[in-house]
Write a protein that binds this ligand. Structure first.
Ligand code: HEM
Ligand SMILES: [Cu+2]
Length: 635
């Protein structure tokens, strides 16, 4: 085996780095950009795309608040408002919130578990392109005035062939298919990366909490997203080829849509929220400089939330008329979710209490999260009770509740995490002063804009309306919400300015500017294409806080993209595995898939004809190379 180069005694330092660079770097120029399978390239790209969609969705929110600032406003017509409203919810839920959480995981998880690339890196590239094409489909349609307009929840019969003719709803349903394919692919990659690519010694009980939260989230994605993909596929079939799944006059069932939709969309809230809980745990640890309080309780709470969240979807359907027993069961289950959530909050507060908290920007976002999320959780428990829900249903109270949990539970921790990991993403630290200014605008602006909606709702203002009559006592509250949305916008502009200014400075953050405990901080900032010179060996869930230098293993090939695969529970080195090389085929396959999906909105024949180029793409992509298949690890 003398022709094979391995890291070890004989191969160290600059020579080793140069060899690894040669093996793991992507090709130069545009070709390299299109063919890369590096999880960091794709993760960064995914994050930028999702954040762009947050800005676009936010711009639509601002437009809605402009229209709602005054009663009987004629600024935006009812038809246009419906489109803006649908695009806002759809963009936020399908194109921003779920993708951004997966995007951060694509970038961070391989680093955090101490490996060189994500599992199935070509699938990862394919998933990014598929997601991008889905987002483009929706937004190009909106720009051409054929955007969907029946709400992000697309209830039948409104969205059915009878009441929404034209292509708007078909475009929405097919965009769902794109994003589901992408999201499920990423979830599979993350599950395998976490279970099989962990650094030796990182037993399952030593996984950082963020890794736990992504493992649970990814399993939830695999179990829940097929429901909405199935539902939207059936909607397309009803609309395009005359099936009657949702048509009660032909023995279909209109409520079937709501069941399938919410069987996905309630877990979706936790698919957004659990990764955010992972951010919070990492940030709390680093900024109090102590391991998180009650690690085991936090892990169990994470798993419990994942399980319980599959048993509560019917709380979105209390007003549809259910059997009494259904009311009781789903009320009890919904309230039960509050228990593990409260345990988590208790553990974070205890960590801060016992440590020396330093209130840098990421920790400020955590505090904002705790305050906001507790309010959102409490209004959640309120609407879980059927009599109250029947009163508050379809009012602005629900709009306040849902934004408190989504923004408080998702966006605040995300902004904290992006600030925290910014050095790892770009090699630079964000400015503390600008970061704090942005934080206070976003946090105070959010509460000032959304808290009044609780009251507007209790005064009876219905949600999902483009305007309202004057003299109902809603005018001042709406004006307040709209003005304060301006403060959130200023906060967003400050955040972006901070990013842009930081990117113009030279990268000088160093590997571990926060003295953080996770393995991702053992890599350079930003990491080299191969992540780590030697694969680290771990003996606790906070490896960088252990005494002495980090232990490493040697003996991996450096002239080939070799990764070490470990056992799922104990993380013992098991086999060597060659990680796939860069290639254009994931992109070409995604183009073929996009042609098939978009074509099938217009003719069912597109499925048949479009399958041919897709089959070609997949065949070349998967063509077996004579790579060795999983040699056992020597030593
Ligand atoms: C700048 C911040 C935001 C503002 C000012 C805002 C404002 C609004 C407004 C005015 C509506 C229409 C309410 C109605 O008529 O029912 C709405 C709906 C919605 N928003 Fe936001 N939003 C913001 C951010 C977000 C984020 C970050 C998410 C998700 C991650 C989100 C998810 C939704 C959803 C799902 C709906 C549809 C609600 C329904 O079904 O009635 N929003 N938002
Ligand atoms: Cu729910």
């Amino acid at each position: 085996m003398s022709d094979v180069a391995r890291d070890g005694e004989a191969l160290q330092g600059a020579e080793l780095e140069a060899r690894l660079h040669r093996t793991w770097s992507r090709a130069p120029g545009l070709w390299g950009w299109l063919t890369t399978v590096d999880h960091k390239d794709i993760g960064r790209r995914y994050i930028y795309t999702a954040m762009t969609l947050l800005i676009l969705g936010g711009a639509l929110a601002a437009a809605m608040r402009l229209q709602l600032a005054t009663p009987e406003s004629g600024l935006i017509s009812a038809a246009r408002y419906n489109q803006i409203f649908t695009m806002h919810g759809t963009t936020m839920m399908f194109l921003f919130a779920v993708p951004v959480m997966e995007a951060v995981a694509i970038y961070i998880i391989p680093l955090m578990v101490g490996t060189r690339n994500i599992a199935f890196p070509r699938l990862n590239a394919f998933s990014y392109w598929t997601y991008l094409f889905g987002a483009l489909l929706l937004w190009v349609a909106f720009a051409l005035n054929v955007g969907p307009d029946a709400g992000w929840f697309m209830y039948v019969p409104l969205s059915g062939p009878e009441f929404t003719p034209g292509k708007r709803t078909d475009i929405w349903a097919q965009m769902i298919t794109f994003t589901e394919v992408a999201a499920i692919a990423v979830a599979v990659e993350l599950i395998v990366t976490i279970l099989k690519f962990r650094a030796p010694g990182m037993t399952i009980a030593r996984m950082p909490l963020y890794v736990w939260s992504i493992l649970v989230t990814s399993i939830m994605v695999v179990l829940s997203l097929p429901a909405v993909a199935l539902a939207s596929g059936m909607l397309l079939a009803d609309r395009l080829i005359g099936t009657q799944f949702y048509n009660p006059f032909e023995h279909g069932d209109a409520l079937l849509w709501q069941h399938l939709f919410w069987f996905f969309a309630h877990p979706e809230v936790y698919i957004i929220f659990l990764p955010a809980m992972g951010f919070v745990s990492q940030i709390v640890e680093t900024f109090t400089q102590r391991p998180v309080f009650a690690y085991a309780a936090l892990v169990l709470a994470t798993v419990a939330i994942g399980l319980l969240s599959f048993g509560v979807w019917v709380h979105h359907m209390f007003a549809t008329g259910l059997p009494r027993l259904g009311y009781d069961f789903y009320t009890a289950a919904s309230m039960a979710v509050a228990v593990p959530s409260a345990i988590q909050i208790f553990c974070w507060i205890a960590t801060m209490w016992l440590g020396r908290p330093r209130f840098a920007v990421p920790l400020l976002y955590v505090v904002a999260f705790i305050v906001t999320f507790v309010i959102g959780g409490l209004t959640g428990v309120m609407v879980a009770s059927v009599p109250l829900d029947l009163q508050l249903h379809d009012s602005y109270f629900v709009v306040a509740h849902l934004h408190y949990v989504l923004i408080g539970g998702g966006v605040f921790p995300l902004l904290g995490a992006l600030t925290y990991w910014f050095p790892k993403l770009t090699g630079r630290l964000l400015s503390e002063g600008l970061g704090k200014a942005a934080f206070w605008c976003v946090f105070l602006g959010f509460n000032a804009a959304f808290f009044p909606m609780h009251i507007t709702g209790m005064l009876g203002m219905p949600r999902r309306v483009y305007t309202y009559p004057t003299g109902m006592g809603w005018d001042a509250l709406n004006m307040m919400s709209s003005l304060m949305t301006g403060v959130i916008v200023i906060g967003g502009i400050l955040f972006v300015t901070n990013v842009v200014l930081a990117l113009r400075r030279p990268p000088d953050a160093g590997p571990n500017p926060w003295n953080a405990p996770g393995l991702e901080w053992a890599a350079d900032s930003p990491p080299a294409p191969y992540n780590f010179e030697h694969i680290p060996v771990v003996s606790s869930h906070t490896p960088l806080w252990e005494e002495g230098p980090l232990n490493v293993m040697t003996g991996l090939r450096v002239d080939d993209r070799e990764q070490v695969v470990t056992t799922a529970i104990e993380a013992q080195p098991d086999i060597r595995y060659p990680s796939p090389e860069p290639t254009l085929w994931p992109l070409l396959s995604a183009v073929a898939l996009a042609a098939l999906f978009i074509g099938s909105i217009f003719t069912p024949w597109a499925v048949v004809i479009g399958a041919v180029p897709l089959a070609v793409g997949f065949t070349v992509w998967f063509w077996p190379k004579n790579a060795p298949d999983g040699e056992p690890v020597i030593e």
